[in-house]
Design a protein around this ligand. Structure first.
Ligand code: NAD
Ligand code: TYD
Length: 345
C-alpha cells in the first residue's frame, strides 16, 4: 500500500546546489506540496538559488543553523518529513579545516534526528554520498558494503549515517539514506571539478588536474539526483539505504577535455598539479536496489555537460560573484605553487 502524500517538507541546506534543485523540482512537480527551507547561508548557499521560484505561498525560508536546536524546533514542528541536504560538502576544504564538517555534518544531523523523533515525522531522509565507501579498486559498491571513508568530509558523512542508523534502531525513526555519486549541473558553487573547470575555462585560466588525471568518478546530472531523492522519499522502504549513480566512469582528464571542447578553449589550459592527499581514485556504484522504485538516470554525461556549460555561459554574473577575494584566498591555499597566470591579478 502506498503512503499518503507528504504535504510539507523541511529541506535543510535548500539554498545550496542540490538542495535548491530539489526545491525547484518538487514545487514544480507537486502542486499541493509546501516546503520550508532551513539554511545557514554559508559561502555555498544563497537565496539567489531559489529566486526562480515565484509561488512564494508554498515556500518558506528560515535562515538558521541545523546545529541550533531552537531554530530546528521552529522549522520542524509543522512538517511531515525532513530532507537533510545541509552539510559542508567539499573534500579539499575538509583537508584544510575539518571542524565545521564535524559540527554540521555530524552534530547537525543529530539535532535534526532529535526533531524527527520528537515530532514523530513520517520520514527522515539523509542525503549521503558514495564517498562513504572510500576508494573502490575494483567492482562496484553495494549498500551492504563496509563504509571505509578516507577524507575528513567522507568520515563526517559516514558518521552522520551511523547516527541515522542508530535513531532507526533505537527510536524507530522512519529513516531513509541516499548515497549519491558526484553531482554536477547549474548553480554548483565553482569549487568542485566540473563547475571550477567550466568557470576557469570561461575566464581563460588553467584547469588544475590532480596527479595524472586518471582518478574516476560516476558523474550524475543534478536533475537525475533530485529525482532519485524524491523517489526514495516517497517510495523507499524505511530503514533502507539506496545508492544513486549514473553508472558512467569518467576520468579527470576526460572532464577537462569535455569542458574545453564545449567551451571552445585550447588543450593548453590543462595543467597537471600536485595530487590531493589521500585521493580516492575510484568510486563506482551498484544501483540495482533503487531500480524497482522506478528510478534511472536519464541524462548522459555529454548531454549533462552541454546543459551545464550553457548555463554557466548564460549566468556569468552568478558565478563571478562567487569567485571573488575569499574564493581566491582558498584557491591559493589549496592549489599551492601555482605559476603566475593561474589566478586573475
Ligand atoms: P553545497 O555545499 O552546495 O550546499 C550546502 C548547503 O548547506 C548550503 O546552502 C549551505 O549554506 C548549507 N549549510 C551548510 N552548513 C549548514 C548548517 N550548519 N546549517 C544549515 N545549513 C547549512 O552542497 P551540495 O553539493 O548541494 O550537497 C548537498 C548534500 O548532498 C550534502 O549533504 C552533500 O554531502 C550531499 N552530496 C553531494 C554530492 C555532490 O556531488 N555535490 C554528491 C552526493 C551527496
Ligand atoms: P571533486 O569535484 O572535488 O569531488 P570529490 O568529492 O569526488 O573529490 O573532485 C572530483 C575529482 O576531480 C577527484 O578525482 C579530484 C579531481 N579534481 C581535480 O583533478 N582538480 C580539481 O581542481 C578538483 C576540485 C578535483
Amino acid at each position: 500500500m502506498s503512503m499518503a502524500p507528504l504535504r510539507h517538507l523541511l529541506v535543510t541546506g535548500g539554498a545550496g546546489f542540490i538542495g535548491s534543485a530539489f526545491v525547484r523540482q518538487r514545487l514544480a512537480a507537486e502542486p499541493d506540496l509546501r516546503i520550508t527551507v532551513l539554511d545557514k547561508l554559508t559561502y555555498a548557499g544563497s537565496l539567489e538559488n531559489l529566486a526562480e521560484i515565484t509561488d512564494s505561498r508554498r515556500l518558506a525560508f528560515i535562515q538558521g543553523d541545523i546545529c541550533d536546536r531552537a531554530a530546528v524546533d521552529r522549522a520542524a514542528k509543522d512538517v511531515d518529513a525532513i530532507v537533510n541536504f545541509a552539510a559542508e560538502s567539499h573534500v579539499d576544504r575538509s583537508l584544510l579545516e575539518a571542524g565545521e564538517f564535524v559540527q554540521t555534518d555530524v552534530y547537525g544531523t543529530h539535532v535534526l534526528l532529535e526533531a524527527a523523533r520528537r515530532y514523530q515525522h513520517r520520514r527522515f531522509l539523509q542525503v549521503s554520498t558514495d564517498e562513504v565507501y572510500g576508494h573502490v579498486a575494483s567492482g562496484r559498491s553495494a549498500e551492504a558494503d563496509r563504509l571505509e571513508p578516507r577524507s575528513p568530509y567522507s568520515a563526517t558523512k559516514a558518521g552522520a549515517e551511523m547516527l541515522v542508523h542508530a535513531y532507526r534502531q533505537s527510536f524507530a525513526v522512519p529513516t531513509l539514506v541516499t548515497r549519491g555519486s558526484n553531482t554536477y549541473g547549474p548553480y554548483q558553487f565553482p569549487e568542485k571539478i566540473i563547475s571550477l573547470f567550466i568557470t576557469n575555462a570561461l575566464q581563460d585560466l588553467p584547469l588544475p588536474i590532480y596527479g595524472d588525471g586518471s582518478a574516476v568518478r560516476d558523474y550524475l546530472y543534478v536533475d537525475d539526483h533530485v529525482d532519485a531523492i524524491a523517489t526514495v522519499l516517497n517510495n523507499g522502504e524505511p530503514g533502507s539505504v539506496y545508492n544513486v549513480g549514473a553508472g558512467a566512469e569518467v576520468s579527470g582528464v576526460t572532464v577537462a577535455d569535455t569542458v574545453l571542447e564545449f567551451c571552445g578553449k585550447p588543450a593548453s589550459l590543462k595543467q597537471f598539479v600536485k595530487d590531493r592527499p589521500g585521493h580516492d581514485y575510484r568510486y563506482a556504484l551498484d544501483v540495482e536496489r533503487i531500480r524497482p522504485l522506478g528510478w534511472e538516470s536519464r541524462v548522459s554525461f555529454r548531454d549533462g555537460m552541454r546543459l551545464t556549460v550553457d548555463w554557466y555561459k548564460k549566468h556569468d554574473a552568478w558565478w563571478r560573484r562567487r569567485k571573488e577575494a575569499d574564493f581566491w584566498k582558498y584557491y591559493r591555499r589549496n592549489y599551492q605553487g601555482l605559476p603566475s597566470g593561474a589566478i586573475p591579478q
